[in-house]
Design a protein around this ligand. Structure first.
Ligand code: SF4
Length: 313
C-alpha cells in the first residue's frame, strides 16, 4: 500500500488547513471511569513533569487511563532544539531538584507501577549531563518500588558518554533506551549539530558492553526508537533498523511523526498501517526481540509489554 504523501501545495498550507489526519491517527479522549484523572492528580500534586504532557503525546488518555506514565526528570527545559520535538528548548533554570528522585519514586509507588519509565530533557549545561540525577532516581525507585523494572530513556550525554554510562548503569536499570529518532540522511537536519547518528549507535552498543563487564554481569536490554513521516524512505527505515541490530539493540519502536506546531518540521507523509506491519516483519527478520511499530507507537508506549515481549521471545 503506497504511503499517503502530502503534496508540496498541501505542505505549504498552514497546519490547520492541511488534509485531516487519517482515520488510523484518531485518538480517544480521557474517559471518566479510567485512571486518567487519578494519575494526573498524583503527578501534578508531586510537581513532576512527564514527557506525556511535555511532548503532547497523543496516547495520554490511553496510557494514563491504564495507570501508566513516563516521567521526565531534570526539569522542563531542554538544551537541544530538535526540529520535531515539542519539549521547551532554552537555558535551564538552575541545577536539578535534589528531591525530584524521591517524589518520583513515591509517586511510582502510589501508582503501583510494575515497570517505570524515566526520561529527561538534554542537559548539556551540567558537568555530568544529568547522569548522577538518573542514578539517584533509579536508587530511589529501587527503595520505594523494589519489584518494579526500570527503564531509562536517556540523552546522548554529549562529551561525557563513557562516564555517564558508568554512572547510570552502576544502578542496573533493566532497560537502557536511547532513541536514534530518524534515519542517517535526515539526522543532522532534524537533530542539529550536537547530535550524531553514529554516537547514538555507539552509546547503545557501549551500554551493552558495560553491562556485560559489570561485576556481576547483568542482562541489560537495549532499545531505540524511530519516528517516520519526516522525509525518510521505507528502505532507509529498514537500514536504520539494520544499524541498530548491528549494534546489539534488542527492542525497536517505530511511530508516526505528528507536527506539534507550525514552527516544527512538517509532516512528509502519513505512513499506512500496512507499512508499519511491513516494518514489524522486517525488524523481526533482523532478529529484534521486540518490534513495536504502528501509527501511534511512541518509545514508551506500552513499554511494559515491549519489555515482556523481548524477554519472553
Ligand atoms: S506513549 Fe509514552 S509519552 Fe505517550 S502517553 Fe504513553 S507513556 Fe506517555
Amino acid at each position: 500500500m503506497p504511503a499517503r504523501r502530502l503534496s508540496p501545495m498541501e505542505r505549504s498550507l498552514p497546519v490547520a488547513e492541511r488534509p485531516r489526519r487519517p482515520e488510523w491517527m484518531k485518538v480517544r479522549a480521557p474517559s471518566a471511569d479510567s485512571r486518567y484523572y487519578d494519575v494526573r492528580k498524583l503527578i501534578h500534586g508531586a510537581g513532576l513533569n512527564t514527557i506525556c504532557e511535555e511532548a503532547r503525546c497523543p496516547n495520554i488518555a490511553e496510557c494514563w487511563g491504564r495507570g501508566t506514565a513516563t516521567f521526565q526528570i531534570l526539569g522542563d527545559t531542554c538544551t537541544r532544539a530538535c526540529r520535531y520535538c515539542y519539549v521547551h528548548s532554552g537555558k535551564p533554570d538552575g541545577p536539578p531538584d535534589p528531591l525530584e528522585p524521591l517524589r518520583l519514586a513515591q509517586t511510582a509507588a502510589q501508582m503501583s507501577l510494575e515497570h517505570v519509565v524515566v526520561t529527561s530533557v538534554d542537559r548539556d549545561d551540567l558537568p555530568d549531563r544529568g547522569a548522577g540525577h538518573y542514578a539517584a532516581t533509579i536508587r530511589a525507585l529501587r527503595a520505594k518500588v523494589p519489584t518494579a523494572s526500570i527503564e531509562v530513556l536517556t540523552p546522548d550525554f554529549l562529551g561525557y558518554e563513557e562516564e555517564a554510562l558508568a554512572i547510570v548503569l552502576a544502578e542496573r536499570p533493566d532497560v537502557f533506551n536511547h532513541n536514534i529518532e530518524t534515519v542517517r540522511r535526515l539526522h543532522p537536519n532534524m537533530r542539529g549539530a550536537k547530535a550524531s547518528y553514529d554516537r547514538a549507535l555507539w552509546l547503545l552498543e557501549r551500554a551493552k558492553e558495560v553491562a556485560a563487564y559489570a561485576m556481576p554481569a547483568y542482562p541489560l536490554l537495549t532499545k531505540s526508537g524511530i519516528i517516520v513521516g519526516l522525509g525518510e524512505t521505507n528502505d532507509e527505515v529498514v537500514e536504520t533498523m539494520r544499524d541498530l541490530r548491528g549494534h546489539g539493540v534488542d527492542v525497536v519502536t517505530i511511530g508516526q511523526y505528528l507536527q506539534p506546531s507550525s514552527k516544527h518540521a512538517q509532516i512528509d507523509r502519513w505512513v499506512h498501517p500496512d507499512e508499519f506491519r511491513w516494518f514489524t516483519e522486517q525488524g523481526e527478520a533482523l532478529g529484534f526481540g521486540s518490534v513495536f511499530a504502528g501509527p501511534l507507537v511512541r518509545s514508551s508506549y506500552r513499554a511494559d509489554e515491549q519489555k515482556h515481549a523481548a524477554t519472553s521471545s
